[in-house]
Write a protein that binds this ligand. Structure first.
Ligand SMILES: *Cc1c(COP(=O)(O)O)cnc(C)c1O
Length: 354
């Protein structure tokens, strides 16, 4: 029996995927070799990389639509830099919805003018800004679709005429929407896709080649694309496990069906947060994330009691991020609804007992 893993990242992966990944570390597909001791130039691994990229495009509905998928290294944090390096010629707009957007802004400023189009910092990022105007001369607009730390999520994607870029690290493959609204999006694997060590980047090929600076090879999307993510040795285990997870998502009925399950989990936890007099939500209702539910005790002196109840029930990883406090239940694709039921029960026991 494993714990109910509500960790924000690295985080829960499907049991089957963990099992297959560990088998492959032992021996890859009866090859008498381990996944992590074969050449990345071998046919076996090239097939894995191709399948991973292809599945990412299929899941997001972008296959044969002029998009390219890459598996790079350096985490989402390196994408903060690479996006601007490759795409910011004069001026870019950023929507600031918390820590990660803030870090993306900081890196982009190294390359050009950055306009903070809107920010929810005034309320410690407990909402998604909605009324703002976008200058017409931006190279791109960048947003963070799901704010892992604060528990907010864009429910709809802004309709704009500017190239749109998104950090989807914590909600990639979690719901069905029109991914073609984005010119580029990226996601560190370790939240909702696989183990740490690789970052999925998907972009419209036509957006490249518009900046005049020289870009170092490793940070150059065009070079990485020409080499199909193999400019240098890729993180083979992370790519393989992410690929297995994409197979798993497909076996679950694809993003559409996963999205419904995620919505059901979110409804369950938020329903209890709103019903239970001992708890209150952090993010405003309309912007609540289906992935990371942030909430607090109405009486903080009950923290120890609640923590003990959770621990006894086998719940792990619900401590809130230090910039919000309280609790955060991360409910990524692989978290079963049963785990949420156990958490809700602990919340109910707390209310009855204390
Ligand atoms: C975790 C996270 C990051 C940072 O990812 P790394 O892979 O550690 O660089 C960036 N953006 C979001 C939204 C995240 O949740």
């Amino acid at each position: 029996m494993k714990l109910h893993n509500f960790s924000a990242g690295p985080s829960v992966l499907p049991r089957e995927v963990m099992h297959q990944a560990s088998e492959a570390v032992n021996e890859l597909d009866n090859s008498k070799l381990s996944l992590i001791e074969i050449s990345h130039r071998s046919k076996a691994f090239i097939d894995i990389m191709d399948e991973a990229c292809e599945r990412a495009l299929i899941l997001t509905g972008l296959k044969n639509k002029g998009y390219k998928a890459l598996f790079l290294q350096g985490g989402a944090s390196l994408q903060f830099l690479m996006v601007a390096y490759n795409l910011l010629q004069n001026k870019a707009g950023y929507l600031n919805t918390g820590t990660w957007s803030d870090k993306a802004i900081k890196e982009a400023k190294l390359f050009g003018e950055v306009v903070e189009i809107s920010s929810s910092k005034d309320k410690n990022y407990n909402y998604i800004p909605k009324n703002y105007s976008i200058p017409l001369d931006l190279d791109y607009l960048h947003l963070t679709t799901n704010n892992t730390i604060f528990g907010t999520q864009y429910k709809s994607i802004p309709e704009i005429n500017t190239p749109l870029i998104a950090d989807m690290s914590s909600d990639i493959f979690s719901r069905n929407f029109d991914y073609s609204k984005f010119d580029l999006f990226y996601a560190g694997a370790q939240k909702n896709m696989g183990p740490a060590g690789t970052t999925l980047v998907i972009f419209k090929e036509s957006i490249l080649g518009k900046v005049s600076r020289t870009i170092p090879s490793m940070l150059n999307y065009q070079i990485q694309a020409n080499k199909d993510s193999m400019f240098n040795t890729p993180p083979v285990f992370a790519v393989y496990t992410s690929m297995l997870n994409m197979r798993w998502i497909e076996a679950q009925g694809g993003i559409n069906s996963i999205g419904k399950k995620n919505a059901a989990k979110a409804e369950l936890i938020y329903g209890e947060i709103d019903r239970n007099s001992r708890f209150e939500g952090f993010a405003i209702h309309e912007d609540r994330s289906d992935m990371n539910a942030t909430f607090n005790l109405t009486d903080p002196s009950l923290a120890q009691n609640f923590d003990e109840l959770c621990q006894a029930a086998g719940i792990s990883g619900i401590k809130g991020h230090r910039s919000v406090g309280g609790y955060r239940a991360s409910m990524y694709n692989a978290l079963p609804i049963e785990s949420v039921e156990v958490l809700v029960e602990c919340m109910q026991v707390l209310e009855k007992k204390y």
